[in-house]
Write a protein that binds this ligand. Structure first.
Ligand code: SF4
Length: 1520
């Protein structure tokens, strides 16, 4: 069957079907080769090969990453290995070709550029021992590719098949062809043979062999070449005018020998090396088989032309087919009696047989070779042919053999080119080496250039930023190197040579300048400047200034000497010399390159970028695995060495590069940048980096061999963990001992590295200990295993355990991950509880258990009673097709346990969140059945169960928020604090979190989660001084993860603070005159205030109220001071008798509030603090530019629980007006009514919003007035018009300036592209006013005097901070933190919203909505930190990658939104927005906001109050 294709894709199919492994050489990870699409499609369909033992594997390797080396390992391990590549990879691979030649490897080489390739790529490797086969048309490429595989298998030697890729079709079924042509038994013998050696350069000792089978061994399985299969006559004597020859003589030996590299042990089989005759015989057999299957004839040489030809053209180039066409149609004029000979089998060379293929009548032979740059006078083919063709006994005198250089010839010019050849050939004295064809060939559009992947520019950009025009990257791609291909000039070795030359040139320049200055060849002033410069010429900063002076002096000097020096002025500056090595574009990570630099001792810096993703490092071919260049360099002893990762610590990269540059000698900076494809998202790179750094695969460190001489450490470990090899080195260096002594925490981390067996042993020990504990109990055993995401499954499991014990059972409860699964078969009774995670997956702590159970074939549960209780939500995934996810883990587990012959003694129980009592409904039915099944349902006199410990209990027991926090902080064996203490630390402003990007990897490594702490400051009204800004910035570097988050509640938040840094960070925050007390927890939080840059007078008045309320409602406990601030050994006089601490909370009492409590102030018309979303919302009433007081709203709040309709967001209800003098007291009274009336039993119902609804607003107000002893006045008029910030410059009434920066999602950080954090730091150093944090997570530079304005603008411009030119959609967006630090996150938010917005912007810009503000917000869970339900478009995370979408929020935050779609993913989100925004553009009324339109257009129903939030949702009913 013919199909339109290309030669490369036809070859790729053959390669795939004939191999175990295909090494697919690709231009870059983003640009596929011509073979790649076919290979990828076959692999993704898991198509089985014809001969492979398994589905063929595709290994993709970049073209400049020494790709042919990748074939060695699979070839050695007995895999039938194929390489698909292009011709430029051959020359650099010559050392590997010799080695590959001894394996049955096939290399398919597409010659490039396909318009006019250089055949020198082939002739240069003709001595490498490979068999070289050629094809021309796509049909031939398919057939010869099959022949190549057959020949490799048959001969045991590597076959290189080269061709020029053309578009076209091929006949026949390639699978059928391969089944006929491939020798399966020979293939199996290769597949079963492996070579142990893994050395790269030593001889493997492998030689392809043939076996000679003696006659009495009829059972030999190898195919033999029967005697006489090859015709004995030659083609030239038989064929017609245009026929292709088919005759081939065979060797005598081949009549008896079996050709394969089979290594039989049979004593009757004699082995010997494969000879060229063997190969010839095998080739002929294969060609005959192809002919019998397809009807197409092939031969080692192919002749076209008349039998009486006088001249023959031997063509070795891409025009052969064109010549053949011409000659087959034109046998007259000067082309009469002209034939054409082409080579099918180029190596081994059967030159002696050529004469058998051309007519005896031939007296003149033209040899056309397509070699672009000849390095010898005669072409290689000419030399091959001249000796064998010169003399022929049957003709008179010697033949004339003339060599030609074949330039570009296409079909149109082929006839003319042949004419030229023949005329010269027939001339009396033919010209040798005549060039035939055009010198210019059309460009090959498919050809690729070496280019630096965009992602890797992260490092080179930093170099450029740090060293400016001093930087000289010797192998940079933009350096024009005359006559040198980019591929070569990008190599660090090349750059190194160029660098040495440059260093030498500068030394000469200095000498020359000194000579000219001293010999008065320049003016005295110039001489003086030169000599001054020479003194500092090696100091990069000092020489820069001196160089300027020299340059000026030379310019005004005018002498010839001065002009000469000016011509070389580039040497005046002391450059920062760098070489860059990378896997992707300047391949060299080998020690040899580094060795040269180290051995030279020159001041050369190397930046070596390693892009192997952490998750793939284990998969790497051992022969290719990178050596530890850092260790090598450190052992060498004279180099500065650093290991850095820009996605882990930007600051550490800066330190390392600056130190490397300063170091006077060689420096090696190893830079990590893991990516799979060049379009990988920054998030993917970040996650890979974090894993590698955290586990210690890529430790961050800096090493200065001479540090100790300057009183510093030689070694700085900048990350937590370290590799064993490095540890060994440091130990050897006697350095670690010193470190361990100084810093025992470090030592603990070091010693914990790579503890793989630990976890298994822990599991075993824990279970054994528990079993021993139960030995005394007599009842039947019950093992309870749970997999839990939240706490329900775990809670149920533990409760069941208590109840079981009360019934006399020997009960034990473990999470599935802690259970040694090998014990399962010996259990008597097992109960499983599993929650449902994500899209029907097992929760994290049950995954490994399930994977094991699912795949296990040797677990027999006969005799084991089991039951499963599953917890899920039947409406979590609303679409019909997603119903299967409901309780899927529990159902799957139940099924599997039955399959393993377990006895399901109680049927599967299903708990559904949608039932009236949630999962309890199903549980209440299931549990009694268990007791019945176990015979303990009739137990009398069961004791009451103790109620579970609640947050309220923890608070009471905490001794005014102390708990055992202090002891927990001192415990160095874990990075965590105890669970109860974690509840208490919230009151102190810090949450324990763990890095969720690292959870799975750390678990796999047997490590506890990567615990760290989030610290939230308290900053009333969000106003900070420049000094405080700098202090916060310092804290983020010294204790956190080098970033700060400006939160939706106008304060600073730090992430990634590890336990041992926690106290230091708290103290530093307090030194900055801030606190963290009550920044979280069940207390009044930070009080917010509109940032109001345009009215200083009013802002000051309102801000004063915010600060007053904030201070008034602070808790009084001294625990905060005692735990975080007091010196460890300060005197203990604060403690009273019995060490009991006397504390008193006049407002809160010992149990504080039922839940968190939030207050905010907005100043109309700006609702930039979302006044409706807080427990208390104060709307400032300003009359005649004076603050009078506030309208008070109560009962606003955001957090809900998915699918729990008893929870809902709520906007605040109006209480009335309160004067500014009374406002803090009124707030206090509201808080106290909540304290005394809020629900302390159910935390999901404990916020003020529920208290207000439960008491009614009137009832609540009356109660507050009762506590207060005053009444609220009637609310006064106000009007809001927006809740977004106004970006850019504004001037207030005093003439001071304010600039609102756009800080996307409040994250202050530096990246290679945007040094925002550094810029803000520089601004803070000179700023005399203040910073204001906005409720939308942006930042205002406040109170800039006019005289400072220009300076400030320049600084902002320098760092790109003056840019507010973003779409109005982006400017109006905000996202919460979510992954990786927030423990509650179900989906990405801060890291994803910007990506989503970029995609929505495409729609927005197309519709002309770029300047229309639409408020879009996203949170990772329904806790609602970014207040998503007040946005016009809100997204709330449901599962990884899936969000609930809400529409219809009020533009200025006055109205709640409504659920529009559940659990939708990006594709659907974009589709919906595309449709809705298109309608909005057409249907909107003048000035109508998107949120309002969605209601008017009937897209969603209006939500008028919180209680209506779940009513009339737009989601279609998906119930059957
Ligand atoms: S909304 Fe949820 S995911 Fe986002 S920060 Fe708050 S708690 Fe975390």
């Amino acid at each position: 069957m013919a199909s339109q294709s290309t030669s490369e894709s036809l070859v790729a199919r053959i390669a795939y079907l004939s191999s175990d492994v295909v090494v697919s050489v690709t231009p870059s990870l983003d640009t596929p080769s011509g073979y790649a699409p076919t290979l990828r499609a076959l692999a993704s369909d898991k198509v089985q090969g014809v001969i492979g033992l398994e589905t063929p594997q595709i290994h993709t390797v970049r073209h400049n990453a020494d790709p042919l080396l990748s074939a060695l390992a699979p070839a050695r391990s007995g895999k039938l290995t194929t390489i698909t590549t292009t011709s430029p990879t051959l020359l650099p691979s010559i050392p590997h070709l010799y080695k590959l030649a001894q394996y049955p490897v096939v290399i398919h080489v597409s010659l490039t550029p396909s318009t006019y390739p250089d055949y020198q790529d082939i002739t240069s490797i003709r001595q490498s021992g490979l068999i070289l086969l050629q094809s021309e048309t796509p049909q031939e490429s398919q057939d010869i590719a099959a022949a190549a595989h057959a020949l490799a298998i048959k001969s045991g030697k590597a076959v290189l098949h080269f061709f020029v890729s053309r578009e076209g079709s091929a006949q026949g079924d390639e699978r059928e062809l391969l089944q006929n042509v491939l020798d399966v038994s020979a293939a199996r013998s290769h597949q079963l043979r492996t070579t142990d050696s893994t050395s790269l350069y030593a001889d493997d000792g492998v030689r392809a062999q043939t076996t000679r089978v003696l006659a009495q061994e009829p059972q030999a399985v190898e195919a033999t070449i029967p005697a006489g299969t090859a015709p004995a006559t030659t083609a030239a004597t038989q064929h017609s005018t245009t026929a292709t020859s088919s005759a081939t003589p065979t060797s005598q030996d081949s009549q008896k020998d079996t050709i394969s590299s089979l290594s039989s042990t049979d004593s009757t089989v004699i082995k010997r090396a494969v000879t060229s005759d063997d190969i010839l015989a095998a080739t002929n057999t294969i060609f005959q088989t192809i002919q019998s299957v397809t009807g197409r004839k092939y031969d080692i040489f192919e002749y076209t032309g008349p039998a009486n030809a006088e001249a023959v053209i031997v063509s070795f180039g891409s025009s052969t087919a064109a010549f053949r066409n011409v000659l087959s149609q034109t046998q007259y004029g000067e082309l009469e009696k002209v034939g054409l000979l082409s080579l099918r089998l180029y190596r081994p060379w059967y030159g002696t047989k050529v004469s058998e293929y051309i007519p005896k009548s031939v007296t003149k032979v033209a040899v056309l070779e397509q070699i672009k740059r000849k390095t010898t006078k005669w072409g290689p083919l000419f030399i091959d042919l001249v000796t064998v063709l010169r003399s022929e006994p049957s003709i008179k005198g010697p033949r004339t053999v003339v060599g030609y250089q074949l330039a570009y010839v296409d079909q149109a010019s082929a006839k003319e080119a042949l004419g030229t050849v023949v005329r010269n050939l027939r001339a009396a004295t033919p010209e040798q080496n005549l060039i035939v064809g055009q010198s210019e060939a059309p460009l090959d559009e498919q050809q690729y250039e070496v280019s630096q992947p965009k992602v890797e520019a992260a490092y080179t950009k930093i170099l450029a930023q740090l060293f400016g025009d001093k930087i000289h990257i010797a192998n940079a791609l933009d350096k024009a190197q005359a006559g040198v291909p980019t591929e070569t000039s990008a190599r660090p070795e090349f750059g190194y040579g160029a660098l040495l030359a440059r260093l030498e040139a500068r030394e000469n320049f200095i000498k020359q300048a000194e000579y000219l200055a001293k010999t008065s060849k320049v003016l005295p002033g110039t001489a003086e400047a030169i000599l001054k410069w020479i003194l500092v010429a090696e100091d990069s900063s000092k020489s820069a200034e001196a160089a300027k002076e020299v340059e000026q002096a030379l310019e005004s000097d005018g002498s010839a000497a001065a002009k000469e020096l000016l011509g070389q002025k580039e040497y005046l500056k002391k450059e920062s010399q760098w070489l860059v090595g990378s896997d992707a574009w300047s391949y060299d990570l080998g020690n040899s390159g580094v060795h040269h630099v180290l051995a030279s001792g020159k001041n050369v810096n190397m930046l070596i970028i390693d892009s192997t993703p952490y998750s793939e490092h284990a998969k790497q071919d051992a022969a290719r695995r990178k050596k530890d260049v850092g260790l090598y360099a450190m052992n060498y002893g004279n180099a500065y060495v650093a290991s850095v990762a820009v996605y882990s610590s930007y600051t550490q990269v800066l330190h390392a590069l600056i130190e490397a540059e300063k170091f006077d000698g060689p420096s090696v900076v190893l830079a990590y940048l893991p990516y799979h494809g060049e379009s990988d998202s920054p998030l993917a790179i970040l996650q890979e980096t974090k894993k590698a750094v955290d586990i210690g695969y890529w430790p961050l460190y800096r090493w200065n061999p001479y540090g100790a001489e300057n009183g510093e450490d030689n070694f700085h470990l900048d990350s937590e963990r370290i590799k064993n090899e490095l540890k060994e080195f440091l130990k050897r260096d006697n350095h670690l001992t010193a470190l361990v002594r100084r810093n025992p925490v470090f030592a603990a981390n070091v010693d914990k590295s790579y503890g793989t067996e630990v976890r298994d042993q822990q599991k075993r020990a824990a279970k054994d200990a528990y079993t021993r504990l139960l030995e005394g109990v007599s009842g039947p055993p019950l093992t309870i295993l749970f997999a839990s995401d939240g706490s329900n499954a775990e809670g149920l499991a533990k409760r069941l355990e208590r109840r079981a014990k009360a019934r006399g059972l020997k009960a034990i409860t473990l999470s599935m991950e802690d259970y040694p699964i090998e014990d399962l078969a010996s259990e008597e009774n097992v109960v499983f509880f599993t929650a449902t995670a994500g899209q029907g997956e097992f929760p994290q702590n049950g995954r490994a258990f399930w994977e094991h159970l699912k795949d296990s074939t040797d677990i027999d549960l006969q005799g084991v009673n089991f039951s499963v209780f599953a917890l899920g939500d039947s409406l979590y995934w609303p679409r019909k097709e997603d119903k299967i996810y409901y309780n899927k883990p529990g159902k799957d587990l139940n099924k599997r346990l039955n399959e393993l012959s377990g006895n399901e003694f109680v049927p599967l129980g299903l708990g559904d969140d949608q039932d009236p009592d949630g999962y309890q409904t199903g549980y209440a039915e299931w549990e009694p059945k268990l007791w019945t099944a176990m015979g303990v349902d009739k137990v009398e006199g069961l004791a009451d169960e103790p109620p579970p410990i609640t947050n309220e209990d923890i608070k009471i027991a905490s001794n005014f928020l102390r708990g055992t926090i202090k002891e927990g902080l001192a415990d160095e064996s874990t990075g965590a604090l105890g669970a109860d203490d974690c509840q208490l630390t919230k009151f102190h402003g810090t949450y324990m979190q763990d890095d969720r990007d690292l959870r799975e990897e750390r678990k796999a490594q047997g490590l506890e989660p990567a615990y760290s702490f989030m610290i939230r400051c308290r900053l009333a009204g969000g106003v900070a001084t420049p000094r405080q800004w700098l202090q916060m910035d310092d804290i983020s570097s010294a204790f956190g993860n080098e970033t700060m988050k400006l939160t939706t509640r106008q304060t600073f938040q730090f992430h990634g603070v590890i336990k041992r840094n926690l106290r230091g960070a708290m103290r530093a925050i307090n030194r900055a005159l801030m606190t963290t007390i009550a920044a979280c927890g069940d207390v009044n939080r930070n009080v917010m205030c509109s940032s109001l840059p345009q009215n200083a007078h009013v802002h000051a008045q309102v801000q004063e109220c915010a600060a007053r309320i904030d201070t008034h409602l602070l808790p009084s406990t001294t625990a905060y001071h005692e735990i975080w601030l007091k010196d460890e050994d300060a005197d203990k006089r604060v403690l009273v008798a019995g060490n009991a601490v006397q504390d008193f909370e006049p407002l809160y009492g010992p149990t504080y509030l039922p839940r968190k409590f939030k207050i905010t102030i907005a100043i109309p018309p700006h609702n930039d603090t979302d006044v409706y979303a807080h427990d208390i919302g104060l709307i400032a009433i300003v009359e005649n530019n004076e603050l009078k007081g506030f309208n008070m709203l109560v009962g606003g709040g955001m957090g809900v629980t998915h699918n729990n309709k008893k929870t809902y967001p709520r906007t605040g209800s109006m209480m009335g007006f309160v004067s500014k003098e009374d406002v803090h007291i009124a707030c206090e009274k509201v808080m106290l009514v909540q304290r005394d009336n809020g629900d302390r039993k159910n935390r999901k119902h404990a916020r003020l919003k529920y208290t207000v609804d439960d008491m009614t607003i009137e009832g609540f107000k009356a109660e507050v007035e009762k506590y207060w002893g005053k009444t609220f006045d009637a609310p006064r008029d106000f009007k809001f018009d927006s809740n977004v910030d106004a970006f850019g410059w504004q001037q207030d009434e005093r003439g001071l300036w304010h600039f609102t920066f756009f800080i996307e999602n409040g994250r202050i950080e530096d990246t290679a592209d945007f040094k925002m954090r550094t810029g803000l730091r520089e601004i803070a150093k000179v700023h005399k006013g203040e910073f204001r944090l906005t409720g939308n997570q942006h930042l205002i530079l406040s109170n800039v005097a006019s005289k400072d304005l220009e300076g400030m603008k320049a600084l902002m411009k320098e760092y790109g901070l003056d840019n507010t030119n973003f779409s109005a959609l982006r400017l109006s967006s905000s996202a919460c933190v979510a992954f990786p630090t927030c423990g509650l996150a179900m989906a990405e938010s801060e890291r994803y919203l910007p990506v989503l917005i970029s995609k929505v912007e495409k729609i927005i810009f197309e519709l002309g909505l770029g300047k229309e503000s639409i408020v879009m917000r996203m949170t990772g869970c329904p806790n609602g930190c970014a207040r998503p339900w007040l946005a016009e478009i809100g997204f709330v995370g449901k599962a990884f990658g899936a969000y609930n979408m809400y529409l219809g929020g009020g533009y200025h935050g006055q109205r709640l939104s409504k659920l529009y779609r559940s659990s939708i993913k990006e594709e659907e989100i974009l589709e919906i927005l595309n449709t809705l925004l298109r309608r909005y553009v057409v249907e909107r009324e003048q000035g109508e906001h998107f949120g309002d339109w969605t209601i008017r257009a009937g897209i969603v129903k209006e939500t008028r109050q919180g209680k209506e939030f779940h009513d009339d949702v737009a989601e279609e009913d998906t119930e059957e």
